[in-house]
Design a protein around this ligand. Structure first.
Ligand code: SF4
Ligand code: SF4
Ligand code: FES
Length: 258
C-alpha cells in the first residue's frame, strides 16, 4: 500500500452504556486514515487514543487465541484482531455480538453465557470411579486424542452463537459451541456418562433438535471448527445410531457426510 492509495476509512460504531440510564443506543461516525496491515484492533485503538477515550471494546491476545474480540463487522461475526481493514470496504459498520449481555459499545459479556452452557451440558469429565493416586496413567489412542483436541480448539469467542438465529431467540439453546462441547466429552472414554444421560442432554428442545441446521455457525467460526460434522454426529446419536462405544462413535463423527 502506498501513500497515494491510502484510504480514509469511515467507521460507524454502535454506542451505548447500559450502566447509564440516560444512554440510548446510537451509531457514531469516525474517520481514520488507513495504514498498511491495519487490523480492527489497531484501528479501534487509534480511534480511542486520538478521538474518543470512552469507546469500549475488548482485545487481549491480538492473535486469535483469547476469544475476547468478537464483534459484528458489516453484519458478520468476526474476530477484530485478525480482520484486516484492507479486506473491508471504505465504510465499516461495527456492532457488538448479539446474543450476549452488553457491557458497553462493542464489549459483551461472553463469559456468563459460556459458563451457563458449560453447566447445562456438564462440560467436564464425569468419572464415577474414585480417584486413585496410585493408578497408572491410562493410555489413549492417538486418533482419539486428536479428535478430542479438535473440540478443545474452541476459543469461546461467541461468533458462532452470534451468527445463530436460534441462539439469538432461545437463550437456553446450547448453541453451536455447546454442541461442540458435548461431542468433545461424548467421545472421551474417561467420561462415564451413559447413553441415557447423553440422550437427555442432546435430545431435548434446547439441544440438537432445536438447531435449524443452516450452518451459519460453521461459516463464521474463526478457528474453522468442523461444526457441520459435530451437528451431524450429535443428530445421528440422538436419533439412536449409537449404543456405540467411543471408538465407533469417533468413526461415525469423522466419516464424510455423517
Ligand atoms: S446450524 Fe444450528 S447451531 Fe448452527 S447457526 Fe444454524 S441453528 Fe445455529
Ligand atoms: S465454535 Fe468457533 S465460533 Fe464458536 S465459540 Fe468456538 S471458536 Fe468461536
Ligand atoms: S484479541 Fe484475543 S482473539 Fe482477538
Amino acid at each position: 500500500m502506498t501513500d497515494e492509495k491510502a484510504r480514509t476509512l469511515r467507521f460507524e460504531i454502535f454506542r451505548m452504556d447500559p450502566s447509564d440510564p440516560q444512554s440510548e443506543p446510537r451509531m457514531q461516525e469516525f474517520e481514520l486514515d488507513e495504514t498498511p496491515y491495519m487490523t480492527l484492533f489497531l484501528a479501534l485503538n487509534r480511534i480511542r487514543e486520538e478521538q474518543d477515550p470512552t469507546l469500549q471494546f475488548d482485545f487481549a491476545c491480538r492473535s486469535a487465541v483469547c476469544g475476547s474480540c468478537g464483534m459484528l463487522v458489516n453484519g458478520r461475526p468476526v474476530l477484530g484482531c485478525q480482520t484486516l481493514t484492507s479486506e473491508l470496504p471504505d465504510t465499516i459498520r461495527l456492532h457488538p455480538l448479539p446474543g450476549f449481555k452488553l457491557v458497553g459499545d462493542l464489549s459483551v459479556d461472553t463469559g456468563t453465557w459460556f459458563r451457563g452452557m458449560a453447566e447445562q451440558v456438564g462440560a467436564w469429565v464425569h468419572e464415577r470411579e474414585p480417584f486413585d493416586p496410585e493408578a497408572q496413567e491410562a493410555r489413549m489412542d492417538d486418533d482419539l486424542a486428536r479428535a478430542i483436541y479438535e473440540g478443545e480448539r474452541c476459543i469461546e469467542c461467541g461468533c458462532c452463537v452470534a451468527g445463530c438465529g436460534v441462539a439469538n431467540v432461545n437463550p437456553k439453546f446450547v448453541g453451536p459451541a455447546g454442541m461442540n462441547r458435548i461431542k468433545r466429552f461424548m467421545i472421551d472414554p474417561r467420561d462415564s456418562r451413559d447413553e441415557e444421560e447423553w440422550f437427555d442432554i442432546v435430545a431435548n428442545d434446547d439441544g440438537v433438535f432445536a438447531c435449524a441446521g443452516l450452518m451459519a455457525c460453521h461459516d463464521v467460526c474463526p478457528k474453522d471448527l468442523p461444526l457441520l460434522e459435530v451437528y451431524a454426529y450429535l443428530r445421528r446419536k440422538a436419533l439412536g445410531t449409537g449404543a456405540a462405544r467411543p471408538r465407533e462413535l469417533l468413526q461415525i463423527g469423522s466419516s464424510p457426510g455423517a
